[in-house]
Structure formats: structure tokens, C-alpha cells
Write a protein that binds this ligand. Structure first.
Ligand code: DAH
Length: 360
């Protein structure tokens, strides 16, 4: 066993100079593998005399452990170096902004719904919902539009087909979002503060009308709510929505069966060079209908009109989008033309919030 020191020196040198993990593995196989040099020496122990075997076995074990330890140390050193090299070649600047892919955009109607939801949420309004296929009781009767009322004809209603003998209540495609007032009050009672954005349907089609369009309903019921509160809420909304420092609203007496008194609301604007400016000028543009909720409507929804009162309003979302974003033709909203969507659409990750800005 005199050659063990030479053997040790040889392997330690080979280990120290192995350039990578596979070279190191070759060294390991050459020394400690099944047919390795040291393994062969160990196999030879069996042929020795017991005394000799004991001494030689101990020395070989020490040598084997030393080589094994050197292999492990070198291996982890090489692995660290390999990782370092990889990290250096594959580095990535995670502070770079993401590349916008813009394969899809947010539709202006969805954008405006998000915007007005953010604005009204800030004033304490929750979002309420109702079905688009609605019973005529919710769509009309409960809103103080009885069957013989002329307003029924004005709504150009789509009626759901009914088989002869079907005695379920008649249903319609809701003609406005006002029935959600009834549903919300019936479910939650008073006090209540909700908006209800959604789709509505009327049989009508030209440059400013489509058979399906969007409205948002507002409802605020409490013990001490007046037209003054209505005016403040609407002014606050318009200022925030049109992103101008101030707006001027004009309340014109009107008539809706579900409000008393009723008012149509116009906003001050100018049309210079075909461009609309909100908040200045000498023109007025109608933007919504509103009023104090009729006692009969409160009653229909199970709210006691001697105890509670409040206001409601309804406006067209598509029209708000056209005004704010300068979109000329309503019909294009629903044609799914990709060029239109790319032009008027909004980036998917830019959610409108009051602190960050509604539209950028
Ligand atoms: N529902 C009305 C419509 O579709 C809009 C409306 C007017 C809603 C006055 C209201 C309101 O809540 O008070 O034309």
C-alpha cells in the first residue's frame, strides 16, 4: 500500500483541476466507480492475510473518504460557479415596464360603466342589478305605469312570446333600468342608495337609436332627502365624469309617471367648430331624467311613503360615452368592428379610479 500517497495526490490534483461537473464525474468514476482504481484496491483486500487486510483496509477507507470529500466540495463549488455564470448570461430587468400587447381593448360602454360606478361609489351608492327579461309588473305597473297609460306605447316594447293558454305574468325585454329600483327597494328596504347600470331594449333603430342600449338608474331613499340633494349629486357626478373643474346644470320641469315632481336635466356646453365642450358656452344639452320618487312607487316596493322619500334618475350610458369620448355614431358601438374597437377602446389594465384619474 505504499503507493496510496501518490494515488491521493493524483486524484486530489485531478479533482482540483476538473473544469466542470462532467469532468469531475469522470474523475469520480476513475477512482471510486465500480471499476475505479481505489475500488479495485479494496476488492484486493479479500486476498490478504487478516492482519495486513485490517491495516490496509483502514488506510484505503481514509483515502476513499478524503477523495469523496474533495469530490463533494469541488462539485458544490462548480455548481455555484455554473449558477453564477447562468445568472450573468440570463439576467432580466424586472423594473422594465410591461410591453402592452393591446390585442384586446375595453369597450367604451364598459369603460364608462366603470367610471360612473367609481364616481357613485365615492358618494355611497352601491351597484344593484335586475334581469333583462322582466315582468311587465316590474317594468311598468310598479313604476306607476298602469296598462292603459300612454307611456307604455312610448316605450316601443319588445314582448316575450307566449303560447296560447300560458297564464304566467307577461314578460318584456326591460325598456329601462327603472324596474331595478323596485327590486332593490323590495330586497333591501329603506334607507337605500344604489345605481343600476345595464342593458335595456326598445324597438328603434337610426343614427342615435339602437334596439339595445345602456342606461344607469340612480336611487336614493332616506328620511330627509330633497331635490337639493339630487341636484348636488348630479352636479358632482357630471363634474367628475366629464373631468372639468365646474359644470352648470339646468332643471326643466317634466313628467315621468314614477316621479313627482319630475325634471329633465340639461348641461351647459358649447359646440365650437363641431367640438363639444362641457361646462362652458351658451348651449344646453339634455342628459338625463330625474325626480322625487312617486309615493305609489315606494308603496309598490313595500316602502312606507309617510316615513321615507328620495330621488331617482336615469341616463343613457352610450350617450355619455359619445359625449365624453367624441364618438359620432351610436350604431358603431355594437357592430364589433375591430378597427373601431382599437380606435375607441381602452387599455385593459387602466381601471378607472378617482385617485388615479378616470380616463387617461
Ligand atoms: N326610465 C326613464 C327612461 O327610460 C328615465 C328616468 C327618468 C329614470 C326619470 C328615472 C327618473 O329614475 O326619475 O326614459
Amino acid at each position: 500500500m505504499d503507493g496510496l500517497d501518490t494515488l491521493k495526490a493524483k486524484y486530489l490534483a485531478a479533482i482540483a483541476t476538473a473544469a466542470d461537473e462532467s469532468a469531475l464525474e469522470e474523475v469520480r468514476v476513475g477512482a471510486l466507480g465500480k471499476k475505479g482504481e481505489i475500488s479495485a484496491l479494496m476488492a484486493g483486500l479479500g486476498k490478504m492475510e487478516p492482519d495486513q487486510r485490517k491495516a490496509a483496509g483502514a488506510m484505503l477507507n481514509v483515502l476513499k473518504d478524503e477523495i469523496d470529500a474533495a469530490l463533494r466540495a469541488r462539485k458544490s463549488g462548480l455548481a455555484d460557479a455554473a449558477l453564477d455564470a447562468r445568472l450573468k448570461s440570463e439576467w432580466l430587468d424586472v423594473t422594465l415596464p410591461a410591453r402592452p400587447r393591446r390585442t384586446g381593448t375595453i369597450h367604451p360602454v364598459s369603460q364608462v360603466m366603470e367610471e360612473l360606478t367609481a364616481i357613485f361609489a365615492d358618494m355611497g351608492f352601491a351597484v344593484a342589478e335586475g334581469p333583462q327579461v322582466e315582468s311587465d309588473w316590474y317594468n311598468f305597473d310598479a313604476l306607476n305605469i298602469p296598462p292603459e297609460h300612454p307611456a307604455r306605447q312610448e316605450h316601443d316594447t319588445f314582448f316575450m312570446n307566449r303560447a296560447a293558454g300560458d297564464d304566467r305574468p307577461p314578460h318584456v325585454l326591460r325598456t329601462h333600468t327603472s324596474p331595478v329600483q323596485i327590486r332593490a327597494m323590495t330586497e333591501q328596504g329603506a334607507p337605500i342608495r344604489v345605481i343600476a347600470p345595464g342593458r335595456v331594449y326598445r324597438m328603434d333603430m337610426d343614427q342615435t337609436h339602437t334596439p339595445m342600449f345602456h342606461q344607469v338608474e340612480g336611487l336614493c331613499i332616506d328620511r330627509d332627502v330633497s331635490m337639493a340633494n339630487l341636484k348636488w349629486v348630479l352636479e358632482e357626478f357630471c363634474r367628475a365624469f366629464f373631468e372639468v373643474p365646474s359644470v352648470e346644470l339646468r332643471f326643466r320641469a317634466s313628467h315621468f309617471p314614477f316621479t313627482e315632481p319630475s325634471a329633465e336635466v340639461d348641461i351647459r356646453c358649447s359646440w365650437e367648430g363641431g367640438q363639444l365642450k362641457i361646462g362652458e358656452g351658451d348651449k344646453w344639452m339634455e342628459i338625463l331624467g330625474s325626480g322625487m320618487v312617486h309615493p305609489k312607487v315606494l308603496k309598490a316596493a313595500g316602502v312606507n311613503p309617510d316615513e321615507w322619500q328620495g330621488f331617482a334618475f336615469g341616463m343613457g350610458i352610450d350617450r355619455l360615452a359619445m359625449l365624453k369620448y367624441g364618438i359620432p355614431d351610436l350604431r358603431a358601438f355594437f357592430e364589433s368592428d375591430l378597427r373601431w374597437l382599437r380606435h375607441y377602446g381602452f387599455a385593459a389594465l387602466d381601471l378607472p379610479t378617482l385617485p388615479a384619474g378616470l380616463s387617461r
